[in-house]
Design a protein around this ligand. Structure first.
Ligand SMILES: *Cc1c(COP(=O)(O)O)cnc(C)c1O
Length: 471
Protein backbone atom coordinates (compact mmCIF):
# COMPACT_ATOMS: atom_id res chain seq x y z
CA UNK A 1 0.00 0.00 0.00
CA UNK A 2 1.32 3.45 -0.86
CA UNK A 3 1.77 6.12 1.78
CA UNK A 4 -1.01 8.07 0.15
CA UNK A 5 -3.52 5.22 0.39
CA UNK A 6 -2.48 4.59 3.94
CA UNK A 7 -3.11 8.21 4.85
CA UNK A 8 -6.47 8.29 3.09
CA UNK A 9 -7.53 5.20 4.99
CA UNK A 10 -6.54 6.81 8.29
CA UNK A 11 -8.90 9.79 7.91
CA UNK A 12 -11.66 9.14 10.43
CA UNK A 13 -15.21 8.62 9.15
CA UNK A 14 -17.85 11.28 9.67
CA UNK A 15 -19.55 9.07 12.27
CA UNK A 16 -16.33 8.58 14.18
CA UNK A 17 -15.66 12.31 14.23
CA UNK A 18 -19.20 13.10 15.37
CA UNK A 19 -18.56 10.88 18.36
CA UNK A 20 -15.45 12.67 19.59
CA UNK A 21 -16.03 14.74 22.78
CA UNK A 22 -15.20 18.05 21.10
CA UNK A 23 -17.61 17.56 18.20
CA UNK A 24 -20.24 16.26 20.59
CA UNK A 25 -19.91 19.53 22.47
CA UNK A 26 -20.39 21.41 19.19
CA UNK A 27 -23.53 19.38 18.50
CA UNK A 28 -24.97 20.53 21.81
CA UNK A 29 -24.64 24.20 20.87
CA UNK A 30 -25.25 24.21 17.15
CA UNK A 31 -27.66 22.70 14.59
CA UNK A 32 -26.71 19.11 13.73
CA UNK A 33 -27.03 19.83 10.00
CA UNK A 34 -24.33 22.49 10.21
CA UNK A 35 -21.90 20.35 12.22
CA UNK A 36 -22.38 17.32 9.95
CA UNK A 37 -22.01 19.47 6.86
CA UNK A 38 -18.77 21.06 8.08
CA UNK A 39 -17.40 17.65 9.16
CA UNK A 40 -17.99 16.41 5.64
CA UNK A 41 -16.51 19.51 4.00
CA UNK A 42 -13.35 19.28 6.09
CA UNK A 43 -12.75 15.54 5.56
CA UNK A 44 -13.57 15.75 1.84
CA UNK A 45 -11.17 18.66 1.51
CA UNK A 46 -8.36 16.74 3.18
CA UNK A 47 -9.03 13.67 1.05
CA UNK A 48 -8.83 15.75 -2.11
CA UNK A 49 -5.64 17.49 -1.00
CA UNK A 50 -3.93 14.16 -0.26
CA UNK A 51 -5.14 12.57 -3.50
CA UNK A 52 -3.79 15.55 -5.42
CA UNK A 53 -0.39 14.93 -3.95
CA UNK A 54 0.29 17.27 -1.06
CA UNK A 55 3.78 16.50 0.27
CA UNK A 56 3.95 13.65 2.70
CA UNK A 57 4.69 15.46 5.91
CA UNK A 58 2.04 18.06 5.35
CA UNK A 59 -0.44 15.31 4.46
CA UNK A 60 0.37 13.45 7.64
CA UNK A 61 -0.23 16.54 9.70
CA UNK A 62 -3.55 17.12 8.00
CA UNK A 63 -4.85 13.63 8.48
CA UNK A 64 -4.41 13.57 12.26
CA UNK A 65 -7.69 13.29 14.13
CA UNK A 66 -7.01 16.12 16.57
CA UNK A 67 -6.13 18.45 13.72
CA UNK A 68 -9.28 17.54 11.82
CA UNK A 69 -11.44 18.11 14.89
CA UNK A 70 -9.89 21.56 15.40
CA UNK A 71 -10.55 22.47 11.79
CA UNK A 72 -14.18 21.38 12.04
CA UNK A 73 -14.61 23.46 15.17
CA UNK A 74 -13.15 26.51 13.45
CA UNK A 75 -15.39 26.05 10.41
CA UNK A 76 -18.51 25.66 12.56
CA UNK A 77 -17.64 28.68 14.72
CA UNK A 78 -17.14 30.79 11.64
CA UNK A 79 -20.38 29.59 10.06
CA UNK A 80 -22.60 30.25 13.07
CA UNK A 81 -21.29 33.75 13.58
CA UNK A 82 -23.64 36.37 12.05
CA UNK A 83 -22.60 37.52 8.58
CA UNK A 84 -23.72 41.08 9.18
CA UNK A 85 -21.92 42.29 12.25
CA UNK A 86 -20.29 45.10 14.17
CA UNK A 87 -17.07 46.41 12.66
CA UNK A 88 -14.88 49.13 14.10
CA UNK A 89 -14.61 52.01 11.64
CA UNK A 90 -11.20 53.58 12.16
CA UNK A 91 -11.10 55.00 8.62
CA UNK A 92 -12.28 58.49 9.53
CA UNK A 93 -14.92 58.33 6.79
CA UNK A 94 -18.07 59.32 8.67
CA UNK A 95 -20.73 58.23 6.18
CA UNK A 96 -18.91 55.12 4.99
CA UNK A 97 -21.21 53.62 2.36
CA UNK A 98 -19.71 50.13 2.71
CA UNK A 99 -19.96 50.26 6.49
CA UNK A 100 -23.63 51.16 6.72
CA UNK A 101 -23.53 54.95 6.37
CA UNK A 102 -25.07 56.51 9.49
CA UNK A 103 -25.17 54.83 12.86
CA UNK A 104 -28.16 55.69 14.99
CA UNK A 105 -28.61 57.81 18.10
CA UNK A 106 -29.35 55.79 21.24
CA UNK A 107 -32.90 57.19 21.23
CA UNK A 108 -33.44 55.75 17.76
CA UNK A 109 -31.95 52.39 18.72
CA UNK A 110 -34.37 52.10 21.66
CA UNK A 111 -37.26 52.97 19.36
CA UNK A 112 -36.27 50.24 16.88
CA UNK A 113 -36.19 47.61 19.61
CA UNK A 114 -39.67 48.63 20.88
CA UNK A 115 -41.14 48.55 17.39
CA UNK A 116 -39.60 45.17 16.74
CA UNK A 117 -40.55 43.57 20.03
CA UNK A 118 -44.15 44.67 20.43
CA UNK A 119 -47.27 45.30 18.38
CA UNK A 120 -47.63 48.98 17.58
CA UNK A 121 -50.14 51.52 16.30
CA UNK A 122 -48.30 51.50 12.97
CA UNK A 123 -51.45 51.97 10.92
CA UNK A 124 -54.02 52.38 13.65
CA UNK A 125 -55.47 55.68 14.84
CA UNK A 126 -55.97 55.14 18.57
CA UNK A 127 -58.10 58.29 19.00
CA UNK A 128 -60.49 57.50 16.19
CA UNK A 129 -60.42 53.75 16.71
CA UNK A 130 -59.91 53.39 12.98
CA UNK A 131 -57.31 52.58 10.39
CA UNK A 132 -54.49 55.14 10.36
CA UNK A 133 -51.58 56.08 8.12
CA UNK A 134 -47.99 55.09 8.75
CA UNK A 135 -46.91 58.51 7.52
CA UNK A 136 -48.75 60.16 10.41
CA UNK A 137 -46.02 59.29 12.92
CA UNK A 138 -43.44 61.52 11.28
CA UNK A 139 -45.39 63.88 9.08
CA UNK A 140 -46.03 66.60 11.65
CA UNK A 141 -42.38 66.55 12.72
CA UNK A 142 -41.09 66.78 9.16
CA UNK A 143 -43.51 69.60 8.35
CA UNK A 144 -42.53 71.51 11.48
CA UNK A 145 -38.80 71.03 10.90
CA UNK A 146 -38.70 71.77 7.17
CA UNK A 147 -41.53 74.24 6.73
CA UNK A 148 -43.15 72.08 4.01
CA UNK A 149 -46.92 71.60 3.71
CA UNK A 150 -46.88 67.84 3.64
CA UNK A 151 -44.37 65.00 4.03
CA UNK A 152 -43.93 61.26 3.66
CA UNK A 153 -41.17 58.68 3.95
CA UNK A 154 -40.26 55.73 1.75
CA UNK A 155 -37.61 53.03 1.73
CA UNK A 156 -34.69 55.17 0.49
CA UNK A 157 -34.01 58.27 -1.53
CA UNK A 158 -33.60 56.31 -4.76
CA UNK A 159 -37.18 55.11 -4.38
CA UNK A 160 -38.32 58.62 -3.42
CA UNK A 161 -37.00 59.92 -6.75
CA UNK A 162 -38.41 56.95 -8.66
CA UNK A 163 -41.82 57.45 -7.06
CA UNK A 164 -41.83 61.17 -7.81
CA UNK A 165 -40.90 60.59 -11.45
CA UNK A 166 -43.49 57.84 -11.92
CA UNK A 167 -46.26 59.81 -10.27
CA UNK A 168 -45.61 63.10 -12.03
CA UNK A 169 -43.77 62.50 -15.27
CA UNK A 170 -44.61 59.03 -16.58
CA UNK A 171 -44.74 59.11 -20.38
CA UNK A 172 -43.63 62.73 -20.39
CA UNK A 173 -40.42 64.71 -20.38
CA UNK A 174 -38.30 65.86 -17.46
CA UNK A 175 -35.79 68.64 -17.98
CA UNK A 176 -32.44 68.20 -16.20
CA UNK A 177 -29.15 70.05 -16.55
CA UNK A 178 -26.41 68.00 -18.22
CA UNK A 179 -24.12 68.92 -15.32
CA UNK A 180 -26.46 67.10 -12.93
CA UNK A 181 -26.76 63.73 -14.70
CA UNK A 182 -24.82 62.06 -11.94
CA UNK A 183 -24.14 58.53 -10.84
CA UNK A 184 -24.44 58.27 -7.09
CA UNK A 185 -22.68 54.94 -6.67
CA UNK A 186 -24.03 51.46 -6.95
CA UNK A 187 -26.40 51.73 -9.86
CA UNK A 188 -28.23 54.96 -9.16
CA UNK A 189 -27.73 56.97 -12.33
CA UNK A 190 -30.15 59.76 -13.06
CA UNK A 191 -30.76 58.77 -16.73
CA UNK A 192 -31.48 55.16 -15.68
CA UNK A 193 -33.79 56.13 -12.83
CA UNK A 194 -35.58 58.38 -15.28
CA UNK A 195 -36.32 55.54 -17.69
CA UNK A 196 -37.21 53.18 -14.84
CA UNK A 197 -39.79 55.76 -13.79
CA UNK A 198 -41.18 55.81 -17.33
CA UNK A 199 -40.13 59.41 -17.91
CA UNK A 200 -38.08 60.77 -20.79
CA UNK A 201 -34.96 62.71 -19.98
CA UNK A 202 -34.53 66.05 -21.70
CA UNK A 203 -30.93 67.15 -21.08
CA UNK A 204 -30.15 70.82 -21.30
CA UNK A 205 -27.01 72.94 -21.10
CA UNK A 206 -23.47 71.60 -21.05
CA UNK A 207 -21.41 69.74 -18.48
CA UNK A 208 -20.09 72.93 -16.93
CA UNK A 209 -22.67 75.58 -17.81
CA UNK A 210 -26.45 75.54 -17.75
CA UNK A 211 -28.57 78.68 -17.66
CA UNK A 212 -32.24 79.14 -16.88
CA UNK A 213 -32.85 80.02 -20.55
CA UNK A 214 -31.69 76.50 -21.48
CA UNK A 215 -34.58 75.07 -19.46
CA UNK A 216 -36.98 77.63 -20.86
CA UNK A 217 -36.06 76.83 -24.46
CA UNK A 218 -36.59 73.12 -23.87
CA UNK A 219 -40.12 73.36 -22.51
CA UNK A 220 -42.81 71.91 -24.82
CA UNK A 221 -46.29 70.47 -24.29
CA UNK A 222 -44.58 67.17 -23.49
CA UNK A 223 -42.74 68.59 -20.46
CA UNK A 224 -44.04 67.44 -17.07
CA UNK A 225 -41.33 68.44 -14.63
CA UNK A 226 -38.24 70.54 -14.01
CA UNK A 227 -35.72 68.57 -12.00
CA UNK A 228 -32.63 69.52 -10.08
CA UNK A 229 -30.16 66.96 -8.76
CA UNK A 230 -27.59 67.69 -6.10
CA UNK A 231 -24.25 66.58 -7.59
CA UNK A 232 -23.42 64.88 -4.25
CA UNK A 233 -20.16 63.07 -4.80
CA UNK A 234 -18.53 65.41 -7.28
CA UNK A 235 -18.17 69.11 -8.05
CA UNK A 236 -17.73 71.05 -11.23
CA UNK A 237 -15.28 73.75 -10.29
CA UNK A 238 -13.83 76.65 -12.24
CA UNK A 239 -15.68 77.92 -15.31
CA UNK A 240 -19.16 76.73 -14.38
CA UNK A 241 -22.75 77.81 -13.90
CA UNK A 242 -25.99 76.17 -12.79
CA UNK A 243 -29.43 77.73 -12.67
CA UNK A 244 -30.46 78.41 -9.08
CA UNK A 245 -33.43 76.70 -7.45
CA UNK A 246 -35.26 80.02 -7.16
CA UNK A 247 -34.88 80.68 -10.88
CA UNK A 248 -36.25 77.22 -11.62
CA UNK A 249 -39.18 77.76 -9.27
CA UNK A 250 -39.98 81.07 -10.97
CA UNK A 251 -39.84 79.40 -14.38
CA UNK A 252 -42.05 76.62 -13.04
CA UNK A 253 -44.62 79.15 -11.84
CA UNK A 254 -44.54 80.97 -15.15
CA UNK A 255 -45.09 77.79 -17.16
CA UNK A 256 -47.23 75.79 -14.73
CA UNK A 257 -44.56 73.08 -14.22
CA UNK A 258 -43.62 71.58 -10.85
CA UNK A 259 -39.99 71.52 -9.64
CA UNK A 260 -38.45 68.40 -8.10
CA UNK A 261 -35.29 68.93 -6.09
CA UNK A 262 -33.31 65.77 -5.34
CA UNK A 263 -31.14 67.01 -2.50
CA UNK A 264 -29.37 63.73 -1.85
CA UNK A 265 -27.89 64.29 1.56
CA UNK A 266 -30.48 66.46 3.20
CA UNK A 267 -28.91 68.41 6.02
CA UNK A 268 -31.45 69.76 8.51
CA UNK A 269 -29.02 71.75 10.66
CA UNK A 270 -27.16 74.69 9.16
CA UNK A 271 -23.63 73.30 9.40
CA UNK A 272 -22.01 76.63 8.60
CA UNK A 273 -21.83 77.47 12.29
CA UNK A 274 -19.63 74.42 12.65
CA UNK A 275 -17.38 75.38 9.78
CA UNK A 276 -18.94 73.09 7.19
CA UNK A 277 -20.05 75.17 4.22
CA UNK A 278 -21.66 74.65 0.86
CA UNK A 279 -24.43 72.21 1.73
CA UNK A 280 -27.98 73.55 1.30
CA UNK A 281 -30.44 72.72 4.08
CA UNK A 282 -33.78 71.07 3.40
CA UNK A 283 -35.54 74.04 5.02
CA UNK A 284 -33.83 76.42 2.67
CA UNK A 285 -34.86 74.58 -0.48
CA UNK A 286 -38.42 74.22 0.77
CA UNK A 287 -38.46 77.96 1.38
CA UNK A 288 -37.15 78.60 -2.11
CA UNK A 289 -40.34 76.98 -3.34
CA UNK A 290 -39.46 73.51 -4.67
CA UNK A 291 -42.70 71.54 -5.05
CA UNK A 292 -40.96 68.36 -3.96
CA UNK A 293 -37.68 67.94 -2.10
CA UNK A 294 -36.30 64.42 -1.65
CA UNK A 295 -33.37 63.36 0.54
CA UNK A 296 -31.84 60.37 2.31
CA UNK A 297 -32.50 59.49 5.92
CA UNK A 298 -29.08 57.99 6.51
CA UNK A 299 -26.69 60.49 4.96
CA UNK A 300 -26.12 63.84 6.66
CA UNK A 301 -29.46 63.56 8.44
CA UNK A 302 -27.98 60.77 10.50
CA UNK A 303 -31.05 58.55 10.76
CA UNK A 304 -31.99 55.14 9.36
CA UNK A 305 -32.01 54.28 5.65
CA UNK A 306 -35.05 56.05 4.23
CA UNK A 307 -36.17 58.46 1.57
CA UNK A 308 -37.89 61.58 2.80
CA UNK A 309 -40.21 63.55 0.59
CA UNK A 310 -41.40 67.01 1.62
CA UNK A 311 -43.17 69.69 -0.33
CA UNK A 312 -46.55 71.06 -1.38
CA UNK A 313 -49.70 69.15 -0.45
CA UNK A 314 -50.73 68.96 -4.07
CA UNK A 315 -47.72 66.87 -5.06
CA UNK A 316 -46.90 64.97 -1.86
CA UNK A 317 -50.50 63.73 -1.66
CA UNK A 318 -50.29 62.53 -5.27
CA UNK A 319 -47.21 60.52 -4.34
CA UNK A 320 -48.91 59.04 -1.29
CA UNK A 321 -51.77 57.76 -3.46
CA UNK A 322 -49.63 56.34 -6.24
CA UNK A 323 -49.59 52.50 -6.44
CA UNK A 324 -45.79 52.48 -6.35
CA UNK A 325 -45.88 54.07 -2.87
CA UNK A 326 -46.89 50.68 -1.52
CA UNK A 327 -43.98 48.97 -3.24
CA UNK A 328 -41.45 51.34 -1.71
CA UNK A 329 -43.06 51.85 1.67
CA UNK A 330 -41.00 52.38 4.77
CA UNK A 331 -40.81 49.56 7.31
CA UNK A 332 -41.94 49.97 10.92
CA UNK A 333 -38.53 49.65 12.55
CA UNK A 334 -37.14 52.28 10.22
CA UNK A 335 -40.12 54.49 10.91
CA UNK A 336 -39.54 54.18 14.65
CA UNK A 337 -35.88 55.14 14.26
CA UNK A 338 -36.84 58.01 11.99
CA UNK A 339 -39.37 59.44 14.42
CA UNK A 340 -36.87 59.28 17.29
CA UNK A 341 -34.20 60.95 15.14
CA UNK A 342 -36.57 63.71 14.03
CA UNK A 343 -37.56 64.38 17.64
CA UNK A 344 -33.91 65.09 18.43
CA UNK A 345 -33.95 67.77 15.73
CA UNK A 346 -36.58 69.72 17.67
CA UNK A 347 -33.64 71.01 19.70
CA UNK A 348 -30.71 71.65 17.39
CA UNK A 349 -28.13 71.42 20.19
CA UNK A 350 -29.45 68.01 21.19
CA UNK A 351 -29.38 66.90 17.56
CA UNK A 352 -25.73 67.82 17.12
CA UNK A 353 -24.81 66.21 20.42
CA UNK A 354 -26.80 62.99 20.14
CA UNK A 355 -26.97 62.11 16.44
CA UNK A 356 -23.66 60.31 15.82
CA UNK A 357 -23.22 61.53 12.23
CA UNK A 358 -23.61 65.18 13.26
CA UNK A 359 -21.52 64.69 16.37
CA UNK A 360 -18.65 63.16 14.40
CA UNK A 361 -18.78 65.79 11.65
CA UNK A 362 -18.76 68.67 14.12
CA UNK A 363 -16.31 67.32 16.69
CA UNK A 364 -13.68 69.98 17.34
CA UNK A 365 -10.08 69.29 16.32
CA UNK A 366 -8.88 69.69 19.96
CA UNK A 367 -11.34 67.06 21.09
CA UNK A 368 -10.32 64.62 18.35
CA UNK A 369 -6.66 65.26 19.25
CA UNK A 370 -7.34 64.49 22.91
CA UNK A 371 -9.04 61.22 22.01
CA UNK A 372 -6.20 60.25 19.66
CA UNK A 373 -3.62 60.80 22.38
CA UNK A 374 -5.65 58.72 24.79
CA UNK A 375 -5.85 55.81 22.33
CA UNK A 376 -2.14 56.08 21.55
CA UNK A 377 -1.22 55.90 25.21
CA UNK A 378 -3.54 52.92 25.81
CA UNK A 379 -1.85 51.08 22.93
CA UNK A 380 1.60 52.05 24.23
CA UNK A 381 0.83 50.74 27.70
CA UNK A 382 -0.52 47.44 26.44
CA UNK A 383 1.65 46.67 23.43
CA UNK A 384 4.40 49.31 23.45
CA UNK A 385 7.22 46.79 23.31
CA UNK A 386 6.00 45.22 20.11
CA UNK A 387 4.72 48.22 18.19
CA UNK A 388 5.77 51.80 17.68
CA UNK A 389 2.95 54.28 18.32
CA UNK A 390 2.72 57.94 17.33
CA UNK A 391 0.09 60.57 16.58
CA UNK A 392 -0.04 63.10 13.75
CA UNK A 393 -2.57 65.37 12.10
CA UNK A 394 -4.50 64.24 9.05
CA UNK A 395 -7.88 64.77 7.36
CA UNK A 396 -11.18 62.92 7.81
CA UNK A 397 -13.86 62.74 5.11
CA UNK A 398 -17.64 63.07 5.28
CA UNK A 399 -18.14 60.21 2.78
CA UNK A 400 -21.46 58.82 1.55
CA UNK A 401 -21.23 60.99 -1.53
CA UNK A 402 -21.60 64.07 0.66
CA UNK A 403 -19.35 67.10 0.85
CA UNK A 404 -16.65 65.67 -1.45
CA UNK A 405 -14.42 68.70 -1.09
CA UNK A 406 -14.59 68.87 2.66
CA UNK A 407 -11.51 67.94 4.65
CA UNK A 408 -12.06 67.72 8.39
CA UNK A 409 -8.84 68.33 10.34
CA UNK A 410 -8.26 65.33 12.55
CA UNK A 411 -5.58 63.56 14.57
CA UNK A 412 -4.70 59.97 13.79
CA UNK A 413 -2.88 57.27 15.70
CA UNK A 414 -0.12 55.58 13.66
CA UNK A 415 0.97 52.08 14.56
CA UNK A 416 4.16 50.61 13.17
CA UNK A 417 4.11 46.84 13.82
CA UNK A 418 7.95 46.55 13.96
CA UNK A 419 8.26 42.75 13.51
CA UNK A 420 5.32 42.32 11.21
CA UNK A 421 4.49 43.47 7.71
CA UNK A 422 1.94 46.30 7.89
CA UNK A 423 -0.25 44.63 5.26
CA UNK A 424 -0.36 41.52 7.41
CA UNK A 425 -1.37 43.56 10.46
CA UNK A 426 -4.11 45.25 8.44
CA UNK A 427 -5.42 41.84 7.39
CA UNK A 428 -5.25 40.37 10.89
CA UNK A 429 -7.26 43.32 12.22
CA UNK A 430 -9.82 42.89 9.44
CA UNK A 431 -10.17 39.21 10.40
CA UNK A 432 -10.44 40.03 14.10
CA UNK A 433 -13.68 39.64 16.02
CA UNK A 434 -15.00 42.31 15.73
CA UNK A 435 -13.22 43.31 12.55
CA UNK A 436 -11.25 46.56 12.79
CA UNK A 437 -10.82 48.64 9.64
CA UNK A 438 -7.93 51.07 9.44
CA UNK A 439 -5.86 52.64 6.68
CA UNK A 440 -2.28 51.98 5.64
CA UNK A 441 -0.12 55.02 5.06
CA UNK A 442 3.68 55.12 4.80
CA UNK A 443 4.08 51.58 6.15
CA UNK A 444 2.05 52.35 9.23
CA UNK A 445 -1.47 51.48 10.19
CA UNK A 446 -3.50 54.65 10.65
CA UNK A 447 -6.46 54.87 13.03
CA UNK A 448 -8.64 57.96 12.72
CA UNK A 449 -10.41 58.30 16.07
CA UNK A 450 -13.13 60.56 14.65
CA UNK A 451 -15.19 57.51 13.65
CA UNK A 452 -14.19 55.26 16.57
CA UNK A 453 -17.11 54.86 18.97
CA UNK A 454 -17.26 54.81 22.73
CA UNK A 455 -15.99 51.48 24.05
CA UNK A 456 -14.14 50.60 20.85
CA UNK A 457 -10.69 51.76 22.04
CA UNK A 458 -10.55 48.66 24.23
CA UNK A 459 -11.27 46.43 21.24
CA UNK A 460 -8.46 47.98 19.23
CA UNK A 461 -6.00 47.67 22.12
CA UNK A 462 -6.99 44.04 22.68
CA UNK A 463 -6.64 43.21 19.00
CA UNK A 464 -3.23 44.84 18.72
CA UNK A 465 -1.90 43.14 21.83
CA UNK A 466 -3.25 39.72 20.74
CA UNK A 467 -1.80 40.07 17.26
CA UNK A 468 1.54 41.46 18.45
CA UNK A 469 1.86 38.56 20.89
CA UNK A 470 0.61 35.69 18.74
CA UNK A 471 1.40 36.90 15.24
C1 LIG B 1 -27.47 59.38 -2.32
C2 LIG B 1 -28.31 60.00 -3.35
C3 LIG B 1 -29.41 59.32 -3.88
C4 LIG B 1 -29.77 57.93 -3.45
O1 LIG B 1 -30.19 57.94 -2.13
P1 LIG B 1 -30.31 56.57 -1.30
O2 LIG B 1 -30.83 56.99 0.02
O3 LIG B 1 -28.94 56.00 -1.27
O4 LIG B 1 -31.26 55.70 -2.04
C5 LIG B 1 -30.17 59.96 -4.82
N1 LIG B 1 -29.87 61.21 -5.24
C6 LIG B 1 -28.82 61.90 -4.75
C7 LIG B 1 -28.53 63.27 -5.27
C8 LIG B 1 -27.99 61.32 -3.79
O5 LIG B 1 -26.94 61.98 -3.30
Amino acid sequence: MTVKQDLLRKIPSVDELLNTPKIKALLKDHPRSVVVDKTRTVTDGIRKAIAKGTDERKAKDMAGKAVIVERIKREVDEYVRPNLRHVVNATGVVLHTNLGRSILADEAVVAVVEAARYYSNLEFDLKKNARGSRHSHIEELLVRLTGAEEAMAVNNNASAVLLALSAIAKGKEVIVSRGQLVEIGGSFRIPDVMSAGGARLREVGTTNKTYIRDYKNAITEKTALLMRVHPSNFRVVGFSHEAGLKELVDLGKETGLPVLDDLGSGVMVDLEKYGITGEPTVQNNVKDGADLVTFSGDKLMGGPQAGLIVGSSEFVSRLKKHPMARAVRIDKMTLAAMEATLRLYLDEKEAVKKIPTLRMLTERPQSVARRAKALASEIKTAAGKRVDVSVRSDMSKAGGGSLPLLDLPTTVVCVDPLDMNVNKLEERLRFFDPPILARISEDKLVFDVRTIQEGENGLIVKALTDIARNG
